[in-house]
Ligand binder design. Structure first.
Ligand code: ADP
Ligand code: ZN
Ligand code: ZN
Length: 670
């Protein structure tokens, strides 16, 4: 029997492609893009065939046979491989570390039981292929123009759909989808949302609108079984609409014809561990590769996207008005906490507004981006505070659970009865989280139905959905929540939004803090008054009522605010006018991390590249690991990319036994 050589990418660091022998007759070689089982070290692992050839440099006695080829699965398309290659190249990672984790776990195990079962299940079900949509509402003029512009776009057409909160962007996406599905036979459409919690509402909308079409969801809370089934459905071209969170951008979509990114400004599109990719940026690349339209929707676009729209690289479509009849943007008022001293965190004006909503039977939302009861407890007698012993951070008081918790390393302790240093039994919570706000409200409004939604209250699978359902059914009077409640939700009964304690972000070191704060305030404000009729209001409690950011929020004036920020960024040579990469180092001793970064700084110089000095990260220690970073910048993306490529080679050569390092391209938290 003759054989061929398979070049296979494995999920390993450093060089990730390896040659294996595969016995087969000429003309029966496996295809590029197929998965194969091989032995690697002492393990059996699944890899991706990236080339099929006749010869190899590996000496015959070292060359192993591949164990199996997953011939029951259609090869991953060449275009998908190109996407994985691009991402690997751009983010400076080996191909295998990018391509394989992008596949469902059940495809990457030695056994094929799960795969075979899923394939059988799909082949036994008739795929639904009927794109004539049901019950499309009549669009207003601006919506119709936008839907037509998107739906009829040909070729690579990046579009910013800039529409105020409640302007009916979802409806525009759905009708644009309908046009594409009606025109392009077998078309697939990818719709990305930032939050898992936003998928059920949109999923229900899509199912109602396209009852004759296959829909697949892809997000991290699917079971492995569901994930494999949905992934396969997309890979086989059965699923015509794919709705997912950021990880869905790496799905195999052979007939992709349109990409929609809802709330494109949202930081959740950035993966913050492992391969630190931007799903939004990869989506734009993918649309470009396939020469298809892509829509980025937001009321508060990211400055990157805004800049592209202003410089005409992206087309901009605008929706200036809310879609529901009589619905107008809420009035935003600033409540000066210096004048109106809060009680239990709430000023008298906010309390009065809450009382009024209760009397009228309307819903209110209090937004506070801090979970737990209090961010720290302290001893007035000796000054002890609840530091985490493993991190540069505090232990947060979680009162209902009777625990102190570190949100960074998950250390949990019982609440001490007395001060560990001086024995004082009167320990005080300092500051305020959602649990404490909830407790205060329960005392002040004992008759009100109060619901808290945050990461703690929604730990169980399905509990977030259940909580949002009770809000939609009107079984909640006052909703207290973190950013989980601020995004995208179409709450119909909400007429008051109170924003507690947003000031800290005004003075953050992070140059993106004001962009984020502004977007967050506009988004949460946008939850109010969506049903129309009656007035709606947003009250912002602040100690800095004269700050220009708040003035812009009261005017709902994203344009001017964004243009001002862009000008500041230009003058300070910050993104999007500068391209950045961040080298991070972790070690038991900070000195080791700094020494590594110093050596990294000095090992390679290049034109048009600025290599900054190493510095400890703001949160220096997490889980007893010390962390430092080094920022590299360039005004030219190609120059930065060329430098990084050469630099990574040098870094891999360096002796780093005591240091773990990672490189992030286009970092967002620095
Ligand atoms: P956005 O995503 O822009 O914040 P949504 O897409 O959630 O806004 O739409 C806000 C509300 O407006 C939804 O309740 C939606 O059903 C409604 N809506 C959208 N388009 C129309 C329309 N043409 N006529 C009436 N209501 C509409
Ligand atoms: Zn003490
Ligand atoms: Zn900790």
């Amino acid at each position: 029997m003759s054989h061929c050589i398979l070049q296979i990418a494995l999920d390993t660091p450093l060089d990730s492609c390896f040659d294996y022998r595969w016995p087969c007759e000429p003309g029966h070689e496996p295809a590029v893009g197929q998965l194969a089982l091989v032995s690697f070290g002492r393990r059996e692992v699944v890899g991706l065939i990236v080339a099929v050839k006749q010869e190899t440099d590996v000496p015959p006695d070292k060359l192993k046979d591949a164990l199996a080829v997953r011939s029951q699965l259609a090869p991953l398309p060449e275009r998908w491989l190109a996407l994985a290659r691009f991402a690997a190249d751009y983010y400076q990672r080996p191909l295998g570390e990018v391509a394989l984790p992008a596949l469902p776990k059940n495809l990457r195990v030695p056994k094929t039981v799960a795969l075979d079962r899923a394939l059988k299940k799909l082949s036994n079900q008739e795929a639904r292929h009927d794109p004539t949509p049901a019950g499309m509402p009549v669009l207003n003029t601006a919506q119709q123009q936008a839907a037509d512009a998107i739906g009829s776009a040909q070729g690579f057409t990046p579009t910013l759909l800039y529409g105020v909160t409640g302007s009916g962007k979802t409806e525009v996406y759905l009708q644009a989808c309908a046009q594409v599905l009606a025109r392009e036979i077998d078309a697939q459409i990818l719709i990305l949302v930032p939050e898992i919690n936003l998928t059920p509402q949109l999923e229900a909308n899509i199912r109602a609108r396209f009852p004759g079409l296959e829909l697949a969801t892809l997000h991290s809370s699917l079971s492995e079984g569901e994930r494999l089934l949905n992934w396969l459905s997309a890979h086989q071209g059965r699923a015509r609409i794919i709705l997912g969170t950021r990880l869905a951008i790496l799905a195999s979509l052979p007939n992709l014809k349109l990409i929609v990114i809802d709330e494109e400004h949202d930081p959740s599109y950035k993966q913050q561990e492992g391969l630190r990719y931007s799903a939004r940026d990869l989506a734009v690349w993918r649309a470009h590769q396939l020469a298809i339209p892509i829509v980025l929707g937001s009321a508060t676009p990211s400055l990157e996207t805004w800049h592209h729209a202003r410089t005409k690289r992206y087309r901009m479509l605008e929706l200036r008005e809310r879609a529901v009849k009589d619905a107008v943007l809420p009035r935003v008022r600033l409540l000066d906490m210096e004048r109106d001293r809060p009680r239990d965190g709430l000023t008298s004006q906010l309390l009065a507004a809450l009382r009024q909503r209760l009397e009228r039977g309307e819903q209110s939302l209090l937004f506070l981006n801090r979970r737990g009861y209090a961010p720290v407890i302290c001893c007035d007698a000796c000054g002890w505070i609840s530091n985490c012993t493993r991190c540069t951070s505090f232990m947060v008081l979680h009162k209902p659970e009777h625990r102190l918790r570190c949100h960074h390393c998950s250390l949990e302790l019982r609440i001490p009865r007395s001060c560990p240093t001086c024995g004082n039994v009167d320990l005080q919570p300092l500051g305020r989280g959602t649990q404490r706000v909830e407790e205060g409200l329960q005392q002040m409004f004992p008759e009100a139905r109060i619901l808290r939604i945050d990461a703690d209250s929604t730990r169980r699978k399905g509990s977030a959905q259940a909580a949002f359902d009770t809000v939609h059914r009107g079984e909640v009077d006052i909703l207290v929540g973190t950013q989980m409640v601020a995004k995208g939700h179409d709450f119909k009964r909400l007429t008051l939004v109170g924003i507690l304690n947003p000031d800290t972000a005004l003075f953050s070191q992070d140059y993106r803090a004001s962009e984020r704060l502004f977007a967050q305030l506009m988004q949460v404000a946008g939850r109010a008054g969506r049903a129309g009729g009656g007035e709606s209001e947003v009250l912002v409690q602040t100690r800095y009522a004269s700050h220009p950011l708040y003035a812009a929020v009261t005017r709902h004036d994203y344009d001017r605010f964004a243009c001002g920020l862009l000008e500041e960024r230009r003058q300070a040579a910050l993104p999007p006018f500068m391209y950045q990469a961040l080298l991070r180092a972790e070690a038991r001793e900070l000195a080791d991390a700094i020494a590594f970064l110093t050596a990294a700084r000095d090992c390679l110089a290049a034109d048009a590249i600025v290599i900054n000095d190493p510095i400890p990260m703001t949160m220096t220690r997490v889980h007893n690991v010390e962390r430092a970073q080094l920022l590299v910048e360039s005004a030219s993306r190609p120059a930065l990319q060329a430098f990084l490529k050469a630099w990574v080679v040098e870094l891999r050569e360096m002796k780093t036994s005591r240091v773990r390092w990672s490189l992030e391209v286009d970092p967002v938290d620095i």
